[in-house]
Design a protein around this ligand. Sequence first.
Ligand code: HEM
Length: 447
Amino acid sequence: MTAETLQLRDLPDLRRDDRGLPWIGQILAYQRDPVGLYRRHWEHYGPVAPSHMLGKKTAMLLGPDACGEALQNRDKAFANGPAWSQLVGPFFHRGLMLIDFEEHRDHRRIMQEAFTRPRLDGYTRRLHPAIERGMASWEPGLQFRAYRRLKQLTLDIAADLFMGGARETSPAEMDRINRAFIACVQAAAGIVRADVPLTRWGRAYRARKVLENFLRGYLPARRAEATDDIFSVLCHIETDDGERFSDDDVINHMIFLMMAAHDTSTITTSAMLQYLGQRPGWQDRCRAEALALGPSPAMAELESLVSIDLVMREALRLRAPVPVLVRHTVKDTVVQGVRIPADTFCTLGLQFTHLMEEYWTNPMVFDPERFAPGRREDRSHRFAWEPFGGGVHKCIGLHFAGLEVKAIMHRLLRGYHWSVDPGYVAPLDQHSLPFPKDGQPIALARN
Ligand code: HEM
């Protein structure tokens, strides 16, 4: 239904029961059970629901129609920068996701050059040795904390692929960098939103400085020599008409890219480990595919891993690493017949859409075949499956992410087998991106 065929109405008022605590509003309800909160609002208010967070009335966009309208952004009413910077603060300052409209288009055109197929092919070749080195220290056991080890692994991979190995940096320094990234990401959930010591935001201010200094130290060497790590690529890429990034652009984009690449891939891989650990049949099926390839498959071979791809899509549906997107209206607009005034903070419930019975059969059930040809439930609506977002800000790293996740799974399946209690439900921390608080224990053994 288009907005024109609907009778326009205003964003409804929030019912008393839904107001939450003074000022912080529904933040705690979100952190306890985000999908439950979104479902209640969908049932009470429909696809454009009111909400209240951090002293502001906000609009919750629910379901693929409402989310799709905001992602397509036909009237350019929705901006990313003023919305995401309220969440992640100044810590991902001028990352690609935080800039808008013409400026975003210009930066994205340059960055696209870092994600062409030949570049991805080059990154894939670097992936295998980096994964092999990262997994060399793994000690299998009955209580192997998969999430924590995968987080370290993806950081090690990022140090190699993004930084060219950061050779002059000691493991202790890399550990400090890892902690700095985590501090920046976790700032999203801070209640005190200022540079106050011992708060999430206070820690993130210091962390951003650590990251900037770290990258600035490497910048001259990367400018001087063109290598195939992403840092060097960002220093050297240019569009056909000669547009390239300044030093500040390179640093801002690097900090955002490393953050964007690191946590999201870890969440995806660890969710896949859990689901495969609980379903030995699927694990065997994926292992057979991995064993059919050599130890270091090229990009096209990784792309041919059909079962692993189905499992990855299903993991991204059930545990979307970015469960909610945010936008800020820069002018009055209408979504699904509801007027949203300028200067409104909006949330787009991607994870909620992934679990709607209107678009998915038994949505809570792990069923990778729903993505197989012949079923393709993700095509029930153009925006039914949107773990990478949509529109002009759609994840620029989605192909890279797929290659990284598949390369990790490929090596894991060839070298190890694992199990997880079928009744295990990951206790997710929902403060920022959802991760298992218990580090996700699995029983891991070598093949
Ligand atoms: C499973 C892994 C990943 C998931 C689920 C994911 C998800 C997303 C989502 C939902 C957005 C849209 C944000 C918005 O519209 O506001 C996004 C944007 C972005 N992602 Fe990813 N991402 C992943 C991996 C990566 C990787 C590996 C990279 C880089 C190598 C990356 C770089 C980016 C960048 C730069 C943007 C901003 C794009 C723009 O604004 O034009 N992501 N990602």
